[in-house]
Design a protein. Structure first.
Length: 459
């Protein structure tokens, strides 16, 4: 859990603070006490304020042994919670044999340090849990680079409270002789933390350089697919995106009932029928209050969403927080700059809804959405039809004339239009065809000899 980067060895490691309980940051199989501090105006699930953190912690491998919910009018500057609540956390940590206390809030380094002094246990915050899950699930070189950068950018401002070797190094020396003023070593020296920060900054610069190169390559890959209709699955984590991709394309993508099971983008060809194909991409899931440095680090992975022609927004309709999750996804898409992209909302997991009124309310709230079940295949044909409509546009009936020498236009008509009549007059062919408005626009761009004889008639 919350593996940190060692600036001296270029490796992931644990660290040591003055408190012995903070010598290691793994929470695998540890007993956890969850704490949620609810402030005025916070968007929380009032029925289960700790539901999401509970899922995150279980995904990280810990056992939830106790939970505390506190309501405050303002954050306590020193402890986040008040001193009395901190002492209650300490007492319950002893009573329930707690190994780690995890807050569903982002804490400052000083708050973590002061809380640990009182509770005598490791104290972690929400961002540390998410970073740990990302680190555990990163499989490719690209994902590992992105996770390492996110960890370092989270770690950097916290270095002062993460290291105990903060003594001043005389003249930068590390030997006893130099420390007492050997030739060429005298000077003001520098603290070890300053050395650590410089090394971390150097590594961050190198990671950003490598990720920028990956980002540029990703953009070239995405742009190279401009002749295909590009579709990207987006949605809250564990909403069923990978299951849906397997249903639609037979991709065999890894599926698990856990948060952030997928970190790497996968793109597969999707045969939609009627001569149409699209490229379908699966991306990392979103979550409310996703740390900004994670969004920035994973921008290269999310390039598929940024450059997509259509976003299939998959939502877990069986979740009591589905509306908040839909809103959280829209916020991240806005942050990525693709909030205005063409989107189709899919209300997934309807097979898990026991109360039919729940689905009725959701249909009224999102009338354009399609209720589906990626697990059973329910309404998959409606998704295909909706996507085909996006690709083709509204269907129209039209009479066209094309020069027989324009093989590209004739092939396009044969592949994408439904031809009801075909006649030939000299060097020209005349077609009565049904096709989409977007396809008609594409066809007209295939040569000046493509002429519309009769005005398009909407069906």
């Amino acid at each position: 859990m919350a593996v940190w980067y060692n600036a001296h060895t270029n490796a992931e490691t644990t660290y040591k603070m003055s408190e012995p309980k903070r010598t290691e940051l793994t929470i695998q199989q540890e007993r956890a006490l969850l704490v949620s501090v609810i402030l005025p105006g916070m968007d929380v699930d009032h029925y289960d304020p700790l539901g999401e953190l509970r899922s995150l912690v279980r995904t990280a491998g810990a056992k939830v042994a106790d939970e505390i919910i506190a309501r405050r009018s303002a954050v306590h500057p020193g402890l986040y919670v008040g001193k009395g609540k901190a002492e209650e956390i300490a007492e319950r940590a002893v009573r329930n044999r707690i190994d780690v206390v995890i807050f569903d809030n982002d804490l400052t380094p000083a708050q973590i340090r002061d809380l640990e002094k009182i509770v005598d246990r490791k104290v972690l915050d929400r961002s540390e849990v998410i970073l740990d899950i990302f680190a555990a699930h990163a499989r490719t070189h690209e994902a590992r680079l992105q996770v390492e950068l996110a960890q370092l950018e989270y770690t950097y401002p916290r270095l002062r409270h993460m290291w105990t070797h903060l003594e001043r190094v005389a003249g930068g020396a590390t030997t006893a002789a130099a420390a007492v003023g050997g030739i060429g070593t005298r000077g003001p020296g520098e603290k070890q933390i300053e050395i650590d920060r410089r090394l971390v900054q150097r590594r961050v610069v190198e990671l950003k350089r490598q990720i920028a190169a990956i980002d540029a390559r990703k953009r070239r890959e995405v742009n190279s697919r401009s002749d295909h209709f590009r579709i990207c699955l987006v949605g809250y984590t564990n909403a069923g995106k990978s299951t849906l991709m397997n249903l639609l394309t037979g991709a065999g993508v890894f599926v698990a009932d856990q948060l952030f099971a997928t970190l790497d983008t996968r793109t597969r060809r999707w045969n939609l029928g009627e001569g149409h194909q699209a490229l379908l991409s699966d991306t990392v899931g979103f979550i409310s209050n996703l740390p900004h440095h994670l969004v920035a680090s994973f921008r290269a992975t999310l390039e598929e969403a940024i450059g997509a022609d259509l976003l299939l927004h998959v939502a877990d309709a069986s979740s009591p927080r589905v509306e908040q999750q839909i809103h959280a996804v829209k916020e991240v898409l806005e942050e990525l700059g693709c909030g205005g992209s063409d989107q189709l909302l899919l209300l997934n997991k309807v097979d898990l809804i026991n109360d039919p009124t729940v689905l009725t309310v959701l249909r009224q709230r999102y009338p354009e959405a399609i209720p589906i079940s990626a697990a059973t295949g329910q309404n998959a044909e409606k998704v295909v039809s909706a996507v085909l409509e996006r690709i083709r546009g509204r269907q129209v009936r039209v009479t066209l004339q094309v020069d027989c020498a324009n093989g590209r236009a004739i092939r396009y008509l044969t592949r994408y239009a439904r031809l009801t009549e075909r006649t030939y007059q000299g060097r020209s062919a005349r077609f009565q065809a049904t096709l989409g408005e977007k396809q008609l626009a594409t066809l007209r761009g295939l040569g000046p000899d493509v002429k519309i004889i009769s005005a398009p008639e909407p069906l």
